[in-house]
Design a protein around this ligand. Structure first.
Ligand code: FES
Length: 258
């Protein structure tokens, strides 16, 4: 169900974190910020059984080159990180619903945590192209975990937190709220991608007053809405659950129970 994409480059950008660029021959399907590719980890001969959903960090202007960033967490992502340049990778997508840019207003606040950081780059690019001023608040474990902050800085102001304080403010992105830069940036809209505690902070801090969208990181299996391995409760209808891969991964913060 995927199309074969050629591995153009791979680079380790932080401890256990890799950026790969894949080329697709058919760029007609548009790429929205917040979408993902569901990647068969390996060649078709050596591949693992399950696909891995990898968030899209960037796309070239002609739509052919897609940058994916992932953390090596098991056998599948290890295989993926070791594939040689030129290998053909079976990728399904772009999949899922991405971020809605129309509610961004004049100033948008973008939160990213860990491997939730990459989609914030493409989102930031798209918002800046629309004339929106952006501030990024990015959370990492420690200095070895930090990546791409220089690239983000070309788009807007970057505030960084690390658990151990080795870069930026000590603590989580929630601890950035008290900084002068945060106080001087009252946003019109908020976007976030990262671990659940971070999303909870964003939901509780902003969703009542501002358009707030969350990209939910969940383990997926089929990636196309068929298996219900990725569900999360609907805040408005207790008998309904959202499928993150199909209804999301981006959902309005007011619509989910975290
Ligand atoms: Fe199968 Fe979402 S991963 S329904």
């Amino acid at each position: 169900m995927g199309q074969l994409m050629r591995l153009e480059s791979r680079e380790q950008i932080a401890a256990g974190v890799w950026a790969i660029v894949v080329r697709r021959d058919d760029p007609t399907a548009p790429v929205a910020a917040g979408q993902f590719l569901n990647v068969l980890c390996g060649t078709r001969v050596t591949s693992m059984v399950l696909r891995r959903p990898l968030s899209i960090a960037d796309v070239s202007d002609d739509g052919r080159l897609i940058t994916l960033i992932f953390r090596v967490v098991g056998a599948g992502t290890t295989v993926l990180s070791e594939l040689p340049v030129g290998a053909e990778i079976d990728c399904a997508g772009p999949l899922g619903h991405g971020f809605d840019l129309t509610t961004a207003g004049h100033r948008a606040l973008l939160f990213g945590g860990g491997v939730g950081v990459p989609p914030m780059y493409l989102l930031g690019r798209r918002l800046v192209e629309r004339g929106v001023q952006v501030q990024f608040r990015l959370g990492f474990r420690d200095a070895a975990d930090v990546f791409w902050t220089d690239r983000f800085a070309h788009l807007g102001e970057v505030l960084v937190s690390t658990d151990d304080g080795s870069v930026g403010t000590r603590g989580t992105v929630a601890d950035l709220q008290g900084t002068d830069q945060a106080r001087q940036f009252p946003p019109d809209a908020v976007y976030a991608c990262g671990p659940i505690p971070m999303l909870r902070h964003v939901q509780q801090s902003f969703a009542a007053d501002l358009p707030t969208q969350l990209s939910l990181e969940e383990r997926m299996a089929c990636g196309v809405g068929a298996c219900y391995a990725c569900v999360i409760p609907d805040a408005e209808h207790t008998d309904h659950q959202w499928r993150i891969c199909y209804d999301g991964p981006v959902l309005d913060a007011g619509k989910v129970i975290l």
